[in-house]
Write a protein that binds this ligand. Structure first.
Ligand SMILES: Nc1ncnc2c1ncn2[C@@H]1O[C@H](COP(=O)(O)OP(=O)(O)OP(=O)(O)O)[C@@H](O)[C@H]1O
Length: 239
């Protein structure tokens, strides 16, 4: 069997509520999850069950209370994100993990085209040919996601919610990373753009990426899932 790209073993997460006398809020317990290349695992479960928390643990936005979360990097090296040094995490996010959240973290004054191209341009500074190729790819992503050309040279701060979400998708998918985390990537999109995102997700699966996603739109979840996992099964002794 192909080695997994993501392997979570015995992961739990408790939040310590410092404003409430350090009360502990258990959210996830006993998470064992492996995701192989070419799989799209869709996370199910009621609101507040811990779906977004699970993605943030993998992306190392949150630190696991217990367990290991191993990601096979673009170079083929297994890295436990619960133990990795900050510098290793920065590099891992750059070349190995894409994370599409609902919202674009807007970079002031940077035009949309550069925001999208950046994951390809940041390591090729000084190589004019590579920079031009990256911008060409960014233009192709923006047009595929129906961002009007008149917006490409403008910073996305004033774009609509759906436009910002599409810039965010382009920025996080332009570099073909082995692991892609999707937290409601179609929440603000119309039907045509939702279908485009479904096609993009399927293309990522076809090239052998491992995906883990949350989709409140049941149609999208059904269209992209190769496997479904109920996060409610990871409550364990937590509640
Ligand atoms: N930083 C945090 N500090 C304290 N509690 C948190 C934090 N992040 C999440 N939680 C709590 O963890 C639980 C799970 O939240 P999470 O956002 O992962 O749920 P979800 O399943 O993604 O919900 P939804 O479907 O509504 O987005 C909630 O009770 C939430 O309040």
């Amino acid at each position: 069997m192909t080695a997994p790209i993501l392997q979570m073993k015995g992961v739990s997460k408790r939040f310590t509520l410092h404003h409430q006398n350090g009360v502990e809020l258990p959210v996830l317990c006993g998470v064992d999850l492996s995701v192989a290349p070419g799989e799209c695992v869709v996370l199910d479960g009621p609101s507040g069950m811990g779906k977004s928390t699970l993605l943030k643990l993998i992306y190392a936005n949150y630190r696991a209370s217990e367990g290991s979360i191993t990601v096979r990097s673009a170079q083929g090296t297994p890295i436990d994100v619960t133990q990795a040094a900050p510098r290793t995490l920065v590099q891992l996010r750059r070349d190995s993990i894409g994370y599409v959240s609902q919202f674009l973290r807007v970079i002031p004054r940077v035009p949309a085209l550069d925001v999208v191209a950046e994951p390809l341009t940041e390591e090729t500074a000084g190589d004019a040919q590579a920079q031009a190729a990256a911008r060409a790819q960014a233009r192709a992503w923006l047009s595929r996601l129906r961002i009007p050309e008149r917006l490409w040279q403008l910073p996305p701060a004033t774009f609509s919610g759906g436009e910002q979400q599409r810039v965010n998708i382009a920025r996080n998918m332009i570099r073909p990373r082995p692991l892609l985390l999707l937290d409601e990537p179609t929440a603000s999109l119309d039907a045509a753009n939702t279908e485009t995102v479904i096609a993009l997700i399927r293309e990522a699966v076809a090239r052998g990426a491992a995906l883990v996603g949350i989709f409140h739109d049941a149609h999208v979840g059904a269209a992209v899932a190769t496997r479904r996992v109920n996060v409610g099964d990871f409550r364990g002794a937590a509640r």
